[in-house]
Design a protein around this ligand. Structure first.
Ligand code: NAD
Ligand code: TYD
Length: 342
């Protein structure tokens, strides 16, 4: 299968590409990414010369480029590309609406016209909004997004739904919980805490630190996404989660223990506006229909993650300095340059 992965230079996308190349020897991947501040080709350095992998730099809102790309024998699309950080969406939501809503529309419309046979919209548990204690969202739960990021993802999910219902377009939506693991950009909770603690800096915990997230190790999510791509039912939504929400403060404390640092580094700071208290997912549909279970428990996943960041000090230093951005601007000044080589 020839798969177009959008946003494959980001955290989950790069892990997913690596997973597909390792587990499906016949598959080819075209990675289409704009390389925003969150996109990082170093995430794929080890496979960049693989003959089954190609990179094209571009924007998913550029419909002429997307249409050209899909004509290159693309059979399936796994659509990761998005602005993904809630805090940034609170400061300025414009790019979230452009990429997450308009961009998804462009990809969907081109895919429908090109008769793409499998499509996954990568969504998030945040579209369900905050859960009450003991409440778990299933795929039929109402969408109640509370941040501009979550609203933009919910809007995209609804567009996908409309294409399924109106055109019979064979799309599926996956809604996963918070991912963690190697190659996550430093702005998100777990890598930020690892980075700051390693440098002896304060660890900013929002509010009382008791907000809960259902942290899933990124490789478990990638296995689930791949199960959905190959064996999921077109038109369906699948939740993907670990199944056990954990308070942020507990995550930070566990990291401190693994890193051998002091809890004195923790600093409680002003809460995020509209901060959802808890995300919790019911994942029975995925485990029942597609026989998927998470394989990496939280403690093991956090240890592996810390180890990866410790072993990849260069990656960390570049991410801290913002060096990636200028590097890519120089390297890929002509965005269509690699399209001709497909
Ligand atoms: P990320 O921010 O690490 O990566 C996003 C990637 O998309 C980057 O490589 C970026 O360059 C690319 N991109 C952004 N705008 C683009 C555009 N206009 N055109 C082309 N490429 C563009 O994100 P992530 O954490 O890997 O998340 C990937 C997807 O998974 C997103 O759709 C996100 O909403 C979803 N998701 C993430 C999590 C999580 O915990 N990280 C959880 C659930 C769902
Ligand atoms: P984050 O990693 O930004 O993911 P999301 O907002 O998509 O869930 O945040 C995870 C949780 O950690 C969330 O409850 C906010 C909290 N948080 C902090 O307490 N401090 C921080 O510095 C960050 C980035 C997040």
């Amino acid at each position: 299968m020839r798969i177009l992965v959008t946003g494959g230079a980001g955290f989950i996308g790069s892990n997913y590409i690596r997973h597909v190349l390792a587990t499906h020897p016949q598959d080819e991947i075209v990675n289409f990414d704009k390389l925003t501040y969150a996109g990082n080709l170093d995430n794929l350095a080890d496979i960049s010369q693989n003959p089954r992998y190609k990179f094209v730099r571009g924007d998913i809102c550029d419909s002429a480029l997307v249409v050209d790309l899909l004509k290159q024998s693309i059979e399936a699309i796994v659509h990761f590309a998005a602005e993904s950080h809630v805090d940034r969406s609170i400061v300025d939501a414009q790019e979230f609406i452009r990429t997450n809503v308009q961009g998804t529309f462009v990809i969907l419309e081109a895919a429908r016209r090109q008769r793409i046979s499998r499509f996954i919209q990568i969504s998030t548990d945040e579209v369900y909004g905050s859960m009450e204690p003991g409440e778990f969202a299933n795929e039929r739960s109402p969408l109640r997004p509370n941040s501009p990021y979550a609203a933009s993802k919910a809007a995209a999910d609804l567009l996908v739904r409309s294409y399924v219902k109106t055109y019979g377009f064979p799309a599926m939506v996956t809604r996963s919980s918070n991912n963690y693991g190697p190659r996550q950009f430093l702005e998100k909770l777990i890598p930020l805490m690892i980075s700051n603690a390693s440098e002896g800096k304060r660890l900013p915990v929002y509010g009382d630190g008791l907000n809960e997230r259902d942290w899933i190790y990124v490789e478990d999510n990638c296995r689930a996404l791949d199960r959905v791509l190959r064996d999921g039912r077109p038109g369906e939504v699948y939740n993907i989660g670990y199944g056990k929400p954990t308070p942020n403060l507990e995550i930070v404390r566990r990291l401190i223990v693994i890193l051998g640092k002091s809890t004195d580094l923790i600093e409680f700071v002003a809460d995020r506006p509209g901060h959802d208290r808890c995300y919790a997912l019911n994942v029975e549909k995925l485990s029942g229909e597609l026989a998927w279970q998470p394989a990496v428990d939280l403690e093991e996943g956090l240890r592996r993650t810390v180890e990866w960041y410790q072993k990849n000090a260069d990656w960390m230093a570049k991410a801290r300095s913002g060096e990636y951005q200028t590097y890519y601007e120089k390297l890929y000044s002509h965005r269509r340059s690699t399209l001709a080589n497909l």
